[in-house]
Design a protein around this ligand. Structure first.
Ligand code: NAD
Length: 308
């Protein structure tokens, strides 16, 4: 596997990079609002599209709250926050993305949902528009083939929370052309991110390593090796991780963790990636972590209370 880490040393004013002025974000969940946040602060016009109007209003409120925090820490000024929030529009109709130079899909981590998104989205875009997916694990080549423009299709995988985390994984599908790749590297740099280039293998680099560790932590819980608190404390104090693996799973979303394990299991045909039955059960119960108020911790308590 040829993995190349680059600090994206490209000129932000290069023709391809500076052509991106108007950005569409599909999916207003935790990742969508973060991507919109960094794009608008970089001076780009942003339109977020989601099928759920309440997800859009929640995303705007989250973005405003997170920008307030940045103002309080003197990372941005109040004027920059106000101007940035005005640049973000929301819509439930893909027609709102007709003028976009770049659209990033950040909808639910399910291949059939993403295919439906592209089917409805693509007819609304101008031919020159670059289309990216923020998928954590699904093949960029396969998603690109479901569009009319595999050469202008690419993986741009932001980390959560987007305004804080420096990394963006950039993944070329087999058909992605060089100008698209260069434009996305330049965009990442404009957003203040560092790019790592990953080949198009299941879950790319970060999640190929991170999510099996989380799955193993769920197995340790399932087999009674330790409680939620013992497992998280062990990895924080014993391995110097800033968050315990179960706390991190709740932060990512247990549905997203399960989907990534399923992609690894099926994509690499190796039983070492089998999702833990306890993770499956939590997702079936709708206990998806922070976003639903309960996962391995119960977030109706302050501080959150371990559930096992
Ligand atoms: P989320 O569940 O918070 O949000 C998903 C959003 O997609 C929801 O608002 C939902 O209404 C919307 N959606 C569903 N179907 C749609 C459709 N047909 N059209 C438009 N919107 C639709 O999920 P998330 O955590 O923001 O993850 C989004 C993507 O980002 C996934 O591909 C995920 O793998 C990836 N990702 C997640 C993380 C993480 O830590 N959560 C990190 C990096 C990448």
């Amino acid at each position: 596997m040829n993995i190349d880490v680059t600090s994206a040393g490209f000129d932000t004013d290069s023709a391809a990079g500076s052509d991106i002025r108007s950005v569409g974000v599909v999916g207003a969940g935790q990742m969508g609002n973060g991507i919109a946040h960094v794009c608008t602060l970089a001076g780009l016009d942003v339109t977020i599209v989601d099928i759920k109007p309440d997800a859009l209003s929640k995303a705007m409120a989250t973005m405003a709250r997170n920008m307030d925090r940045q103002v309080n820490r003197s990372l941005i000024t109040a004027d920059e926050r106000d101007e940035a929030l005005v640049r973000v529009k929301t819509a439930t109709d893909y027609a709102a993305l007709a003028a976009a130079d770049f659209v990033i899909e950040a909808a639910t981590e399910k291949e059939d949902i993403k295919r439906l998104v592209f089917k409805s989205l693509i007819p609304n875009l101008k031919p020159s528009c670059i289309v990216a997916s923020n998928t954590s694990s699904i093949s960029i080549t396969r998603l690109g083939a479901a569009t009319d423009r595999p050469e202008k299709f690419i993986g741009m995988h932001f980390m959560n929370p987007v305004p804080v985390m420096k990394l963006v994984e950039v993944i070329r599908g087999i058909a992605t052309d060089e100008p698209t790749f260069q434009a996305v590297l330049a965009l990442a740099q404009k957003l203040g991110k560092i790019s790592a280039v990953a080949e198009d293998f299941p879950a790319f680099i970060v999640n190929r390593i991170l999510v099996p560790m989380i799955n193993e932590a769920v197995y340790a819980l399932y087999e009674g090796v330790g409680s939620v608190a013992a497992i998280d404390t062990s990895m924080k104090l014993g391995a110097n991780h800033p968050m315990g693996p179960l706390e991190l799973a709740d932060f990512i979303g247990l549905d997203t963790c399960l989907s990534i394990m399923q992609v690894l299991y099926e994509g690499l045909s190796d039983s070492k990636y089998r999702p833990c039955p306890l993770l499956v059960k939590y997702v079936e119960a709708g206990w998806l972590g922070r976003k639903t108020g309960r996962g391995f911790y119960d977030y109706t308590h302050t501080p959150p209370r371990p559930t096992r």
